[in-house]
Design a protein around this ligand. Structure first.
Ligand code: MSP
Length: 508
């Protein structure tokens, strides 16, 4: 069995989870479920990033200790996972002992190797971004951009990690491994960034300024810079499990350069540890065309949508709407269009018709199919084509197109039913009509079973429900589930299943 270790970014716990966090979990979950179906031995890690200035400040604002604050918000992030039906194997908090121990071990190793040095540093510091700024960060008029918040000039001694000496190595690595970052144009952006000389990375924060962090093992007057701490989670979670290196880190576009594409590979290289196999970079969601923010009221709470429409409707929308790597816009109107036309009227309709007609004309049992006529052959041929296209699309993270093609097959199955019109055949006593009726019932049920098998990674609960009403338990080997055959012959189906009820019209 091929091992497949996949991670999400770990979320800052200074605010509640929103749609962007939910998307990343769902995307990673779809990949994890798909790889499991493909037979891989998957390990799926997610978690939370609890240290640093932002959390310390948020806790102060609430008048509680950082640990208590982090406990509360982490619980919210953790609660989101079952709400989204996420199949993670592990959940890491950067305040876990297992994590803190490994961060300190790695820091000590780098220090002993001479990769970390102490130096006096004078410069402009942004508290909001927790980083020292450079002259090139200034705006034309000399002021600092808003995103940096309050900027103060400070002089302090700090520990630095020798990033710069690895610059040529990193450029060489990226040039030789074209598929390290998906989509490829992101890798080009990293190489572009690496055209300027790198500065060594300040990896410490004096404790008088920041208490809430992991103390440096070689100097307890400092805590570890939050990114150096956070990135290590991918390794610390599996250090004892023999899972390193990761096969895929799933992250948003804002945290590729420099943390994941520069700091992390260099940290690993300096430690003599293998690099992750790949980094998948997704785009950002806006809501009604603007950046999500609590103050403007366009903050989407994922659990609200999952509660109103069902978790699979939300998962479907997120995966169908976004082309992985690009940005997308979330609007309730577009959500409703897909919900009504694709889920309720297409998939939901196919399920209802199949159950209803099997109940009415087949006494609730899927009959054996007779010889395939032209319409059946066409549908089977479309199935072969669909399966042949969808799997490679999923392997290349093109889930939105994969879903599009799967739904085209569902549309074609509904069209097949229209063509065969079992309700007319049912009225005829002629033996050839009765034979065709049996064939059409068997064909629609089999096509539904197959379509559902392809939807399983995106809509696991829906797939389970549909299989249950078809009286079917899928086998363990997914590839065997994808062959057109007679698996449902004799299956007893349920009379009805309400999958995607009409939403209450009053809400906007
Ligand atoms: N804590 C760091 C990551 C450390 S990983 C070692 C962080 N946290 S975050 O909470 O700000 O973001 C977590 C993930 O959510 C990131 O991958 C980020 O890109 C993603 N998203 C946050 N807002 C988003 C959208 N509006 N849309 C899509 N994803 C977004 O960064």
């Amino acid at each position: 069995m091929k091992s497949f270790y996949i991670t999400t970014a770990i979320d800052y716990v200074n605010g509640s989870p929103h749609l962007g966090h939910a998307y990343e979990k769902v995307l990673t979950d779809v990949i994890a479920r798909f790889r499991r179906l493909m037979g891989d031995n998957v390990y799926f890690l997610t978690g939370v990033d609890e240290h640093g200035q932002k959390v310390q400040q948020s806790a102060q604002a609430r008048g509680i200790a950082p640990q208590q604050f982090a406990d509360e918000v982490s619980a919210e992030f953790r609660a989101l996972l079952p709400q989204l039906n996420i199949s993670n194997d592990d959940f890491i908090r950067t305040t876990d002992e297992r994590h803190k121990r490994v961060v300190r071990q790695l820091l000590q190793q780098l220090f002993d190797k001479g990769e970390i040095y102490l130096a006096e540093y004078k410069g402009f510091y942004s508290t909001r971004q927790e980083q020292f700024l450079q002259e090139k960060d200034r705006q034309a008029d000399g002021s600092w951009p808003e995103i940096f918040g309050e900027v103060t000039e400070i002089t302090e001694s700090n520990y630095f990690f020798k990033l710069r000496q690895y610059q040529d190595w990193l450029v060489d690595f990226l040039t030789k491994h074209e598929d390290f970052i998906f989509p490829r144009y992101r890798q080009k952006q990293v190489l572009e960034f690496l055209k300027d000389p790198l500065n060594d990375l300040c990896i410490s924060r004096p404790r008088e300024r920041l208490e809430w962090g992991i103390p440096l093992p070689f100097d307890e007057n400092y805590v570890t810079y939050v990114w150096f701490d956070a990135l290590v989670n991918y390794y610390s979670a599996v250090a004892d499990r023999g899972r390193w290196p990761a096969d895929c880190h799933v992250i948003g576009k804002d945290i590729l350069v420099p943390p994941h594409a520069v700091y992390w590979p260099i940290m690993l290289q300096a430690l003599g540890l293998p690099l992750p196999k790949s980094i998948l970079v997704h785009g950002w969601w806006t809501v009604n065309g603007v950046k999500m923010s609590k103050s403007t009221g366009n903050f989407i709470v994922p659990a609200d949508y999952a509660g109103e429409f069902g978790v699979d409707a939300l998962r479907y929308f997120l995966i169908r709407e976004m082309n992985v790597g690009q940005d997308s816009d979330f609007t309730r109107a577009q959500f409703l269009v897909r919900y009504n036309s694709e889920l309720a009227n297409n998939l939901g309709n196919l399920v209802n018709r199949t159950l209803n007609m099997t109940t009415r004309f087949g006494a609730g049992m899927v009959p054996a199919a007779g010889p395939a006529g032209e319409a059946e052959q066409e549908l089977q041929a479309l199935w072969e084509k669909t399966r042949g296209e969808v799997i490679p699309l999923c392997e290349g993270f093109q889930f939105h197109t994969g879903l599009d093609k799967t739904f085209a097959f569902i549309t074609a199955t509904n069209a097949y039913i229209e063509k065969r019109a079992p309700w007319k055949l049912g009225k005829s006593a002629a033996p050839e009509d009765q034979a065709l009726l049996r064939t059409s019932l068997a064909t629609m049920a089999e096509a539904l079973r197959l379509g559902v098998a392809l939807l399983q990674a995106v809509m696991p609960a829906t797939a389970e429900k549909i299989n249950a009403v078809l009286g079917y338990t899928p086998g363990k080997v997914w590839s065997e589930e994808l062959t057109w055959g007679t698996k449902l012959t004799g299956a007893k189906v349920a009379e009805a299943l309400v999958l995607f009820p009409r939403p209450a019209p009053a809400q906007k």
